[in-house]
Design a protein around this ligand. Structure first.
Ligand code: NI
Length: 167
């Protein structure tokens, strides 16, 4: 296994649209293992392949306290969304930034699991937030894009400055 480099906002690679996965082969399984290691070590509760510059429709989520309940979603699709709720969100691609985003409160998701088997999941609370946030990544969207233009510009400048200082 290996730690993968996480792409940081405002890198344009975060706006690529991820392609569907046609076969859950050894390459995808290795990517899942490496992404899981990367997510747990960050630490984070979710990671999309887009964030490690792999533009395939794969997301991982683990919202458990014990960090031993990894959920793998391949080609995830939101079938139904209802209600509305606000949560403070953060993102491994936008380090140090947290802000409130309004999203549907409940979602029903269909995806393939890590063995390529289809499943459906009804989620609410943090799980619903994470799944929607990660699927957004596959569609080239970062959570800061839900915020005001002014906030987005401030975040963009702050992260560009951080990146310069890190060089
Ligand atoms: Ni994110």
């Amino acid at each position: 296994m290996a730690l993968l480099k996480i792409v940081h906002y405002p890198d344009p690679r975060l706006h690529k649209i991820a392609q569907p996965i046609t076969t859950v082969d050894d390459n995808i399984k290795a990517l899942i293992a490496n992404m899981a290691e990367t997510m747990y070590s960050a630490p984070g509760v979710g990671l999309a392949a887009t964030q490690v510059d792999r533009h395939v429709r794969l997301i991982l989520v683990d919202i458990s306290e014990s960090k031993n309940d990894l959920k793998v979603f391949i080609n995830p699709e939101i079938l139904e969304a209802s209600g509305q709720s606000e949560h403070e969100e953060g993102c491994l691609s936008v380090p140090g930034i947290y802000d409130t985003v309004t999203r549907p409160e409940r979602v029903r998701v269909r995806a393939l699991d890590r063995d390529g088997q289809p499943f459906e999941l009804e989620a609410d609370g943090l799980m619903a937030v994470c799944v929607q946030h990660e699927i957004d990544h596959l569609n080239g969207k970062v959570f800061v894009e839900y915020l005001s233009r002014l906030k987005q510009e401030r975040i963009r400048k702050k992260l560009l400055k951080q990146a310069r200082e890190a060089m």
